[in-house]
Design a protein around this ligand. Sequence first.
Ligand SMILES: O=P(O)(O)OC[C@H]1O[C@H](O)[C@H](O)[C@@H](O)[C@@H]1O
Length: 548
Amino acid sequence: MNITQTPEWQALLQDQQRLEHTHLRDLFANDAQRFQRFSAELDGLLIDYSKQRVDAEAVRHLLSLARLANVEEWRDRMFAGEKINFSEDRAVLHTALRHMEFSPFPSAELDVMPQVRAVRKQMRDIVERVRSGLWRGFKGDAIQNVVNIGIGGSDLGPKLASRALSAYQHPNLNFFYVSNLDSAHLAPLLEKLDPRTTLFIVASKTFTTQETSINAQTARTWLMAAAMEEWAIAKHFIAVTSSPAKAHEFGIPDENILQIWDWVGGRYSLWSAVGLSVALSIGMNGFERMLQGAQTMDSHFREAPLEKNLPVLMALISIWNTNFLGAETTAILPYNESIRHLPAFLQQLEMESNGKTVSRDGEPLSCRANPIVWGEIGVNGQHAFFQLLHQGGWLIPCDFVVAASSDHPLPGHQAPLLANCLAQSAALAFGKTEQQAREELSQAGLSEAQLARLLPHKVFAGNQPSTTILMPSLDPFQLGMLIALYEHKVFVQGVIWSINSFDQWGVELGKQLANRLLPAILGDQAFDAQLDASTSGLIAYFRRHGHV
Ligand SMILES: O=P(O)(O)OC[C@H]1O[C@H](O)[C@H](O)[C@@H](O)[C@@H]1O
């Protein structure tokens, strides 16, 4: 089905005609109930999408589009464990990882819970031993430093969550995340760490990812230089992987290998043992609280009618902005320092899932899919790129994300922080009219000539749409809900765009080429004739200047 040819899509094009030139100022002025109408809450997590450029009719048509695309059916197929990731012949069952009841999941016939529970138990055991100081290093010391070596989904999720929940962090443990192949990431860390008190978690679903393998090998060499004995590896290395044999080959004993499964996508793996560093930081009970938050969002996503369904509404708003209002990018603006990694996490979640131009059927998509996702801590952005959001003339929908109370409170900080967050979304939405700017300038006593010169610079067009996501506080439960909200949002968008959101073939070509270029970088001139002129010129430069 070409969705753009359907009556539902055509109705939305009519809405677009109506709303394209309607200002948010007027939408608010004409509807005193706008906030009530266009906001929704689940267990304290509130989404306010009243500052999106929609009206009730457009939302109704968007919901019809979701029904037409069979969102509910696809959702049920995912939860039933069907192999909806058909290009890799895999089920998509990260929701099993946060299934907290003792019932089978996804079904009695296909129950994955015994394996999930066994790994949770293994995690709990490790977490308790490390946190209590019972886990000892090769010289008998308690662990003080945990280094997660991983990249992509094996880095971004745990890094986001462990920073987000730093208020709950064990007082005697420090956490580090190493992903970059550049030794400037690992080397300064190794300089300050003590091998006797350092525990490495090598997180890699495939256990073949080059960046992770090289960092893990270097960490292993560093440990061995101090410990001298192979048995020390068992005291300082844990692996999280779906390829236990490869972790075993690396020298990690079986009891230190935590399994994940092919039905857990890398960018959906935080809830598995990939989250071990988070569990070590906040304790296994805290980690399970985060799983419960995600499960609460799962149940809501499965059961709530579409018009009250938070992930569905978020997805539809994004589709509206991308496909009808023409937005090409979207900004994620967390205001809490502790969720500073949210933009990076969502970049992978959204762009690796839906950054595609081919449908499930192998046909070119009939419309544009995922916008470019970017972002930064809100207040930092205010003093940097917000100028462009306010007056740059681009349509850039924003997600403002903030918790009502601070997780690391100091007197005098939180109220101004919240004021800034709310001020920005209001300024973006409502702007400042020429009339308002003129009045301000003349009240400041400017001459008519000065006023005329300054006036064009003081006008804010406004009408920049945003959603504000509020949480009471940054706790494990709320964080679990927040991340699962975005996961399901991405799923719904993928269904409507008819994309398989769970593969990522687009990352392969670069990996292949990097492997092919390695000998040339290392000096093997036999390859030179096969290189394009640019690559060969750049390699010549490396040979002149690099020490590899
Ligand atoms: O966990 P790993 O197998 O090491 O994979 C790490 C990451 O690299 C891949 O190239 C994918 O793009 C990501 O989806 C994945 O999360």
